[in-house]
Design a protein around this ligand. Structure first.
Ligand code: HEC
Ligand code: HEC
Length: 190
């Protein structure tokens, strides 16, 4: 009896493990396409404390409108207080004007509010929240722990045509669109 019970338990563990593995592979497959990750990733948010990657962008309106000029940052990279400020200042967005119709703005603000760093159990998001200590900057690149991680990269490197600025996450983090920012997947382009 207990023998078969533990057998079932093992089987469930195995299924869970391969399921996770397949999901990880799927993320990599989609890397080139990037902009249209879908609902599949929603479930990743729940429970089990500290997934190592961030949930890829799953809202097509956000991916399109906020991925037009730069990498579409995962909402978990900033608290929703920051996203709110960013959306409130789109007429002067780092020197650019971002125009959104009211339906798109509503969709994007709902998506960002529901998925900000403070709602995430991902290790990186938890670290970001700790590092911010209640601040809500307009830039991911102003978060102390993000600044620290890039401390060694010289301004000359960032100015390369292939990079432009530290805001261009996906220039160096080859798996940025999959929400993976590990040291293993970083290549600084020439
Ligand atoms: C018209 C072009 C344009 C569009 C569209 C746009 N942005 Fe930006 N965004 C910029 C520029 C320019 C910067 C500054 C980049 C730099 O310093 O290299 C920036 C920077 C940012 C940053 C800070 C990145 C950092 O340094 O950490 C965030 C966050 C951001 N944008 C969010 C958004 C969101 C959310 C939207 C959609 C509502 C959006 N952007 C749409 C041009 C744009
Ligand atoms: C010029 C290339 C470059 C750009 C652009 C860049 N990074 Fe990085 N990033 C690196 C390198 C290199 C490291 C590894 C530093 C080290 O080895 O400790 C790193 C480290 C990190 C880490 C810590 C990784 C870990 O395992 O602890 C995070 C998180 C991160 N980057 C996020 C971002 C985000 C988000 C952006 C965009 C807003 C960004 N990076 C832009 C090169 C870059």
């Amino acid at each position: 009896m207990s023998m078969s019970k533990s057998y079932v338990f093992l089987l469930i563990l195995l299924l869970a493990a391969t399921g996770g593995f397949n999901a990880a592979l799927a993320d990599h497959d989609e890397h080139g396409e990037g902009r249209h990750h879908r609902e599949r990733h929603r479930g990743d948010h729940s429970g089990e404390g500290g997934k190592s990657c961030l949930t890829p962008v799953s809202n097509p309106v956000y991916a399109e409108s906020c991925g037009e000029c730069h990498f579409a940052y995962q909402p978990e990279l900033l608290p929703s207080g920051s996203w709110e400020k960013i959306l409130a200042g789109l007429e002067d967005h780092f020197g650019e004007t971002v125009e959104l119709d009211s339906a798109a703005k509503k969709d994007i603000s709902g998506y960002l509010a529901a998925n900000g760093a403070e709602r995430s159990s991902a290790k990186r998001a938890v670290k970001i929240m700790k590092s911010l200590g209640g601040n809500t900057p307009l830039r991911i690149t102003e978060i102390p722990c993000i600044k620290d991680a890039h401390h060694d990269i010289s301004p000359d490197v960032l100015k390369r045509e292939s990079i432009g600025s530290l805001s261009n996450c996906s220039a160096c983090h080859t798996t940025a669109q999959s929400g993976i920012y590990n040291d293993d997947n970083v290549t600084i382009p020439k």
